[in-house]
Each structure stands twice: as C-alpha cells, then as structure tokens.
Design a protein around this ligand. Structure first.
Ligand code: NAI
Length: 248
C-alpha cells in the first residue's frame, strides 16, 4: 500500500517546512525526489540527509518557480536524465500578511508570482512528459484560508483560492491523459511560515481547531503521499483538507 517505487517526484519549495517533510515521506515510499528551491544550499543538504536517513534517494535543484524559462529548462533536463517525471508537487509558497489597506504592490506581485504563476509555470512544463506517459500526478498546496478567509491574509488567501481553480481546471483538462490533479489544503501547521506569529494569534488559532493541536508537516506529507499513489487513481479535481477540523 502507498508505495512509489521507481517514480520520480519534483517537489517545489522542498528544502524546508512542508516541502521537506514531503520529500522525506515520498522518498521513504520509494520515489526519487528532486527538491526545487531558491533556499540556501545548506538547508537543502540537511533535508537530503533526512531523506537518506529514511532510506530514500534524491537531489537538490536550484529552481525559482517564478521564472518560466528556468522551470522549463530544469524540467526538460531532469526528464531527459531520469527518463520520467511522475509527480509534481507545487508546494513553493510565500505569505506576506497585512491588512488590505497596508498591502504594497510588491506584496501583491511577489505573492501571486510565487504562489500562482509558479504553480502554473511548473504544471505547464511537467504536463508534456506526463501526457506522453499517459500518467502523472500534480498536487497543489492550497490553504484553509482559501475557503475560510482570514483577516490580514487577503492577498495570500486570494492566491490560494486561485490554486483551487487551477486544480479543478487542470483535472478536467488532463483527466483523459491519465493525469490527476488535486489540491491539499493545510490548516495551521508548525513550520517557519507560522512560527513567527504572535503568541496571542497562536492561542486564538488553537481555539479554532477541533482537534486542539497545531498540525505537523508529516500530517500534510501523508495526504500528499496518498494522492501520489496508484491507490488514489480515481481521485481528481479534489481539495483534500488537512486542518484538524478547522474548516469542515
Ligand atoms: P516555508 O516558508 O517554511 O517553506 C517554503 C519553501 O518554499 C522554502 O524552502 C522557500 O525557499 C521556498 N520558496 C520560496 N519561494 C520560492 C520560489 N520562488 N521558487 C522555489 N522555491 C521557493 O513554508 P511552508 O510552511 O513549508 O509552506 C509550504 C506550502 O504550504 C506553501 O505553499 C504554503 O503557502 C502552504 N501552506 C502552509 C501552511 C502552514 O501552516 N505552514 C498552511 C497552509 C498552506
């Protein structure tokens, strides 16, 4: 059950946080993982150590998902070298939280460039080899706030809602080619993205979670793993919510 032996998976933003947990989990299940990230090399190397400690294999790829040409070249190269690309996880994301009236043009542009355009760039380049293989998995990292809303996250939640639209459309566009496309929408998960929230905000968040705990990266990685497997071959166009009951 839930094995990925012989599969090749590209996880964007794979150096740390949720992406790191996904790389370890997918590699442990037998996939060869490529972590594409703009982050520092030493952070990626640490992730790779965790992959090999879990008995898995993978590599690092310097990749800025906002750069369509770079994405195209990187995916072409890895497909040529490894002979396949089975899984793409569009996980790279940024959050620049602020009340709408204080949001800058740069906040809007950068958030959409990474979260939305980045996922479109990677999906566009990955879809060709997947179509030719008549098999593939694309998973987009949305967020609970796309469906719930959250004061201070107008731009971020809009970008994550865009990913749900992208997911549903790509699911319909490529179903006949054997490619499934789903979203995973995490709730409040313990990573660098959330660690700097004020204590008060964290306490309030906990009151909103029926399971009464902050999620762990592994909770999200397990959902991603499921969607990558053969067992999930009849699941497409869905939003899998991993949020402790925060939004039901
Ligand atoms: P994080 O900030 O810990 O890690 C994000 C990773 O993406 C970093 O390694 C970073 O270097 C990389 N990245 C940033 N810009 C990039 C670019 N242009 N190209 C390639 N890589 C880039 O974030 P975290 O918490 O691990 O989140 C991962 C995903 O899950 C994001 O899409 C986030 O929006 C989403 N998410 C996270 C939640 C949480 O509670 N942590 C909740 C809901 C969604």
């Amino acid at each position: 059950m839930f094995r990925l032996d012989g599969k090749v998976a590209l996880v964007t933003g794979g150096f740390r946080g949720l992406g790191r947990a996904m790389c370890v989990t997918l590699a442990k299940a037998g996939a060869y993982v490529i972590a594409g990230d703009v982050g520092p090399d030493e952070v990626g190397q640490e992730m790779l150590r965790a992959v090999s400690e879990a008995g898995g294999k993978g590599e690092l790829q310097k990749l800025d998902v906002t750069n369509g040409e770079q994405v195209e070249e990187a995916i072409k190269e890895l497909h040529k070298r490894l002979g396949r690309l089975d899984i793409l996880v569009n996980n790279a994301g940024i959050a620049r939280d602020n009340l709408l009236m204080r949001v800058s043009d740069d906040d809007i542009q950068k958030t959409f460039a990474v979260n939305v355009v980045g996922a479109i760039n990677c999906s566009r380049s990955a879809i060709r080899p997947m179509m030719r293989a008549r098999a593939g998995r694309i998973i987009n990292l949305a967020s609970v706030v796309a469906e719930l809303g959250n004061p201070g996250q107008a731009v971020y939640s809009a970008s994550k809602a865009a990913l749900i639209g992208l997911t549903k459309t790509l699911a319909r566009e490529y179903a006949s080619r054997g490619v499934t496309v789903n979203a995973v929408a995490p709730g409040f998960i313990d990573t660098d993205m959330t660690k700097n929230l004020p204590e008060e905000a964290k306490k309030f968040m906990l009151t909103q979670i029926p399971l009464a705990r902050i999620g762990q990266p592994e909770d999200v990685a397990a959902a991603v793993l499921f969607l990558c497997t053969d067992e999930a071959s009849y699941v497409t166009g869905q939003v899998l919510r991993v949020n402790g009951g925060m939004y039901v």
